[in-house]
Design a protein around this ligand. Sequence first.
Ligand SMILES: C[S+](C)CC[C@H](N)C(=O)O
Ligand SMILES: N[C@@H](CCS)C(=O)O
Ligand SMILES: [Zn+2]
Length: 352
Amino acid sequence: MGLNGKDMTSFMSDFVHECGGYAVIDGGFATELERHGADLNDPLWSAKCLLVSPHLVRRVHLDYLDAGANILITGSYQATIQGFEAKGLAREEAETLIRRSVELAREARDIYYDRCTKDSSDFVRDGRYWRRPILIAASVGSYGAYLSDGSEYTGDYGDAVTVETLKDLQRRRVKLLVDAGADIIAFETIPNKLDAQAYVELLGEEGIDIPAWLSFSCRDEGKVCSGESILECASIAESCKQVAAVGVNCTAPRFIHGLVSSISKVTSKPVLVYPNSGETYNAVTKKWSKTSGEVEEDFVSYVGKWREAGASIFGGCCRTTPNTIKGIIKALSGKAPGDNDNLKFQETAHKF
Ligand SMILES: C[S+](C)CC[C@H](N)C(=O)O
Ligand SMILES: N[C@@H](CCS)C(=O)O
Ligand SMILES: [Zn+2]
């Protein structure tokens, strides 16, 4: 059964509360697939693994649950019907793979909970059963992600692309992700206002009955990748009651503090951040390289500042790993996952 508008708006603030004041997203999904040996030099990028190595997708989700994440982002970032059809798959097969992305994350969550129940020393508290709240966020990469030319970092789609073009790409895909049992839609790495506008319209037009978040890729402390203002983009998200959180992902850590401060000025929704490592992506070679002349401070050392600026949901994007997530949790809680005292943060809320 779906949520009503009011519940959708408060869905993530309720979840953050349930988690103990802040929630932790996973880290780079594609990055962890590559660490397990996947070759993602393909127009489908990480979505290739839904087709050729679904066991690895489940494995990566489990890696992030073991690291302590409260939110798993599915492997559907670049999984589109059109993208799979271009590979020669039938429409039905494409739709099955898109649904499968959510099912694999749900399976990982079930395996994780099952394992926790069996190894219950971390699971029983004051004689009662508790389990860490875990959400499945269905990734919807932007139109630029589908193009597979790195334009999620420029926001430049050319004049021929309209809001209708973007909605047509995403419409069926979003419904499949919802029907497969996602808890929330993660519209992510959004580089411009056009994409944001399309998502907000789509949520209303299609009567999507689960909440969504909108997360932008940004070029500096004040602008999304297209050069448009983060304030204007965040305001589009703020205007939609189905949007339960707004924030920034796949952006260099050094810009996040300023971006969170700006976003916090125009929204009462929870602000989420899951930056990348600060490296630069080459869409031709599909490889990352260190940005010349820039030295990133340790990602984790920024986390406290992001929290002070108003963020309450934290994770990592490209080139971050389960270790990054463990570091984030340590920075926020002062303890590593697995420490018993950490139950306040890690194991709150859900009572069987
Ligand atoms: C977030 S980027 C690194 C994803 C990959 C890109 N859309 C590509 O296909 O090259
Ligand atoms: N959820 C995607 C985002 C890419 S920017 C991933 O982590 O691979
Ligand atoms: Zn990323």
